[in-house]
Design a protein around this ligand. Structure first.
Ligand SMILES: CC(=O)SCCNC(=O)CCNC(=O)[C@H](O)C(C)(C)COP(=O)(O)OP(=O)(O)OC[C@H]1O[C@@H](n2cnc3c(N)ncnc32)[C@H](O)[C@@H]1OP(=O)(O)O
Ligand SMILES: CC(C)C(=O)C(=O)O
Length: 513
């Protein structure tokens, strides 16, 4: 049985009792193009990393700028438990910047591969070795914990790599780090390299894997299997180019797949990932392991049926372990069990014929590729239950003014629950103005926010049919979609939002929660 193979593989791996987590979100993560964190943002991230229990936080590269020094000092002032580390080239002036920030830990590096030696540094092997040794001695003489990286280690001649690591070990380095600077390693090569280094070096070995080929977490894990005791990671895997090994994937793999107790509060991982995504503007793909929106979302009928009977059938871990939540999505692949469970959640009772009608409508919408929210389901159910969908809001009139040097203005007249209401609003364009006017007119009945707005031209030409799809949410978090196809984009947008708001009002009147 395969389960036995997994257990046997673990026994033969000689895994360490624990693994140190060195987070470099604030240094390599910030090197991702377009990311520049403010001092306050860096402090907030550092505190959250400290809260979950990472061992070391690389808080930045102090020699980079005054702002970087200021954030290093401010993070230091927080009195965190984690080691606070600053990056430095093997130059006294860079190490002095780390000392000036009162950090206790320096990560000093120099390129060692032929490419880095010849083209970038224009220095010989001996000169580079001397610079590395001098830097480590200087750092140790000044009381720093010192981790040394041979940048581009994975494209460095093996003998030279071992020599330079041995030299810095003799100079007093506390740890060596093996950067796979351009992410060219693959698991079996990582195993060979780390095993060889382990056989030749006494101090702890760390790895820093880049994700150019999507192998950063796998390589970091096999490095741990092969004798490394620390890995550099970043939240959401952000970093140079394809990024670094992702903190959340690495931690969950260590804990769940390998069963190593790493003393990290995994229940904060989802929040941490979401926070960093918002602050950096780097969106998380929905299928990202552990923290993506779909990591614990299920639509396929067979899966949902299994999940409802025992969640482990289709989930390797419980979402609570990482602070995430399970989601049952509706769509083309929805099965009867899923639908029954959703209706039960909303206390909606119906007979078998009504149920079949709802089921058919969900399938038909799914076949058209439409997104189906829970509010859409409630609206369908309300209609099927005989409480025919009512148009609580009707459009009585619409006019827009737009052009050069005038603010786009829309005047909308609505009949809302027997009352005629009219308002004018300005917006960045006529659609924006019209939707703002409608939102404002209905606010006594429901407070809707526009969550999503998409427009697509269905046919060609200036008289093309436009299809507007949008999603709104109300104060109770009901989300409803609206869609309209018209040859006038403003009318299509107005119809779509009224359609969505009417769904929400139908749900409110039906008493379904
Ligand atoms: C793989 C990594 O992630 S490495 C870290 C990358 N991070 C950064 O680069 C942070 C942002 N960088 C900066 O703000 C600037 O580049 C600084 C402040 C670090 C240096 O700025 P400058 O002094 O203007 O140097 P510049 O960036 O033009 O060039 C780098 C110099 O450092 C040298 N150098 C590069 N790495 C090292 C090293 N590890 N040790 C010693 N010298 C090095 C280069 O050879 C070059 O020197 P040269 O001009 O004599 O040829
Ligand atoms: C400074 C080193 C460790 C680095 O970031 C890299 O090589 O990718």
């Amino acid at each position: 049985m395969f389960i036995k193979s997994i257990e046997e593989a673990k026994k033969s791996m000689n895994l360490p009792k624990t693994v140190e987590i060195f987070d470099t979100t604030l240094r390599d993560g910030e090197q991702a193009p377009g990311v520049a964190l403010t001092v306050d943002e860096k402090i907030q991230i550092a505190k959250k990393l400290d809260d979950i229990g990472v061992n070391t936080i690389e808080i930045g590269y102090p020699a980079v700028s005054e702002g970087e020094m200021e954030s290093a000092r401010s993070i230091k002032a927080q009195g965190l438990n984690a080691n606070l580390c600053g990056l430095a080239r093997v130059l006294k002036r860079d190490i002095d910047h780390v000392l000036d920030c009162d950090l206790e830990y320096v990560h000093t590096f120099i390129g060692t591969s032929p490419l880095h030696r010849e083209y970038k540094l224009r220095k010989s092997k001996e000169e580079i070795m001397d610079m590395a040794v001098n830097a480590v001695e200087y750092a140790k003489d000044h009381g720093l914990i010192c981790e040394f990286s041979a940048e581009d280690a994975t494209r460095t001649e093996e003998d030279y790599l071992i020599d330079i690591y041995n030299a810095v070990e003799s100079a007093g380095a506390d740890k060596i780090n093996v950067p796979d600077t351009v992410g060219i390693l693959f698991p079996s090569a990582t195993k060979e390299l780390i095993s060889k280094l382990k056989a030749n070096i006494k101090i702890p070995i760390s790895v820093h894997c880049h994700n150019d080929f999507g192998l950063a977490v796998s390589n970091s894990l096999i490095a741990i299997e092969s004798g490394a005791s620390q890995a550099h990671v970043t939240i959401n895997g952000i970093g140079e180019r394809g990024g670094n090994a992702s903190l959340e994937e690495f931690i969950v793999s260590l804990k769940v797949a390998y069963g190593i107790d790493i003393n990290i509060d995994t229940t904060q991982l989802f929040n941490l990932s979401d926070f960093v995504s918002k602050i950096t503007g780097i969106k998380i793909p929905p299928n990202k392991p552990v923290v993506g929106e779909n990591a614990f979302a299920h639509e396929s009928g067979i899966h949902v049926d299994g999940i409802l009977k025992n969640a482990s059938t289709y989930e390797p871990i419980a979402p609570e372990l990482v602070g995430h939540t399970r989601k049952i999505a509706l769509g083309k692949h929805t099965g009867a069990s899923a639908l029954r469970s959703k209706l039960k959640d909303y206390n909606i009772n119906m007979n078998e014929n009504q149920f079949c009608s709802v089921y058919d409508q969900i399938k038909a919408l799914g076949d058209k590729g439409k997104i189906i929210t829970d509010a859409d389901l409630k609206a369908i159910a309300v209609t099927v239950l005989g409480k025919a969908e009512e148009e609580y809001i009707k459009l009585l009139g619409l006019s827009v003014i737009t052009g050069e040097s005038v603010s786009a203005t829309a005047t909308v007249k609505l009949l809302i629950e027997e009352e005629i209401k009219e308002i004018s609003k300005i917006g960045v364009g006529p659609v924006d103005a019209a939707l703002k006017a409608i939102q404002s007119l209905v606010q006594d009945f429901t407070h809707v926010e526009l969550e999503e707005y998409n427009i697509e031209a269905i046919t060609g030409g200036t008289d093309a049919l436009a299809e507007v799809f949008l999603m709104v949410s109300d104060e109770e978090n009901n989300q409803a979609t609206g869609r309209s196809t018209q040859d006038d984009v403003i009318m299509a947008s107005v119809e779509a939002i009224l359609n969505a708001i009417n769904k929400i009002l139908n749900i409110k009147h039906s008493g379904i929660k």
